[in-house]
Design a protein around this ligand. Sequence first.
Ligand code: G3P
Ligand code: MG
Length: 250
Amino acid sequence: MVANKRPLIIAHRGASGSSPENTMAAFRKSVHAGADMIELDVRLTQDFHLVVHHDRNVRRTTNGRGNIWDLTLQQLRSLDAGSWFSPKFQRERIPTLREVMEFLLPTRVNLNVEVKTDGDPRKRTHFEECVILIIMEKKFEERTLVSSFDHKFLKHMHELFPGIKTGALYHPVRDVRKKPSTLCSRIGASAFICSRTQLRQRIIDDVRAHKLVLATYGINTPQHFDAILDLGVDAMVTDWPEKMVKRLIS
Ligand code: G3P
Ligand code: MG
């Protein structure tokens, strides 16, 4: 991801305003809408597969029960990940990261893999290595930004394989009053990501001074869009790529 003249449109959990989040339906819609990039959340299953799921627990977005780290890929794949949103999505399953990369391979749409490590009680899962290996296997090094609230994860990943770009997600409590440049330089990140409500002029100034890429999430209305466009961010993360792409080109 490089700084652009116009902001990149990143589909947050896919086109999650109009489809069940983090499903192939949401990713297909993002590509169709003309999004530049898809943001998705990745967690590690009990048997060490990378699956696309936001919450620790499957309760909210599937018909199952339990934490991702207690369930095998086979168990997770048997769940309905679409009906909670609408009965017409009942065939949706929890995707694997590999499946999404294979889907994106022939497209021009890039990928923001947000790694979720919170809640997982296991030590030494080799999560970093799993992410690096899949990106290398699919030759997605140039097309992927790996982001996380877990800056230790990003630091370790960068040490293992600096060829993959990383983005530090701003945590409003832990990172309060810390400059983006301080947070990013500690871990080798080239992008800084915060929410619309966290964005301040001092953040923008610091990011510019240090040539970091700035992405902002929570851009879901025309008012959000217009306000953020004036601030000159590099990327907008939205639940509604279909609406934001239209607004950008209109
Ligand atoms: O990348 C921005 C955003 O995805 C971070 O928050 O909770 O939607 O994963 P969350
Ligand atoms: Mg996310």
